[in-house]
Design a protein around this ligand. Sequence first.
Ligand code: SAM
Ligand code: CA
Length: 244
Amino acid sequence: MAATGESQPAKHQEVGHKSLLQSDALYQYILETSVYPREPEAMKELREVTAKHPWNLMTTSADEGQFLNLLLKLINAKNTMEIGVYTGYSLLSTALALPEDGKILALDINRDNYEIGLPIIEKAGVAHKIDFREGPALPLLDEMVDDVKFHGSFDFIFVDADKDNYLNYHKRLIDLVKIGGVIGYDNTLWNGSLVAPPDAPLRKYVRYYRDFVLELNKALAVDPRVEICQLPVGDGITLCRRIS
Ligand code: SAM
Ligand code: CA
């Protein structure tokens, strides 16, 4: 940096650091070149069915689905959890990545949406890996934390539900994920709203959850129990590898 006499946070360089999210054309290029041609038929079908659903904004994007699938294979995940299933796109990308005897504990307050995707998941031959539980995640996590047999038992946990509970989830998940295992918190860039000026016109739900996401990011950044990496994939995913 130029010598200004005071230390300032380093700014990103312009060349080579342009956020992929700022170019629709580049994003489309990624999808068409690297994602869609390799998307498993079942995931494509589920993506198309979900696109017709009124809450389709909630689904995991195809590039993030591909990322999760590869990540799970890279870390040889076998026992996993997902909080926030909706119609099951990330769930299916997980189920396809796990070995035949792999397991996903899938939690959501809404079973109806899961049932939209279930026939496709069954057809793909991976439904036997999924243990779906309808209901709020927090009480179930509390039960698991109270039972030492669940401690350190998960290789991977994907959190994609109520953002105002992420820090509550983190307090519990840190005991449930194994040392060396990974928790992925989704939507940690929260529509880009984290750096919006105070008077920016934000949708009501975006404004409501923004402070919770900011708090989460701050807390994860200083949590010595995890190594982290915040990736600009989808709406931002922060990977936390438990180290103690
Ligand atoms: N991962 C999903 C996918 O790939 O399509 C998207 C999940 S969507 C963004 C969030 C989900 O969290 C919704 O289906 C909602 O019902 C669920 N949810 C909200 N609050 C919850 C809670 N307290 N416990 C469990 N699930 C919850
Ligand atoms: Ca998400």
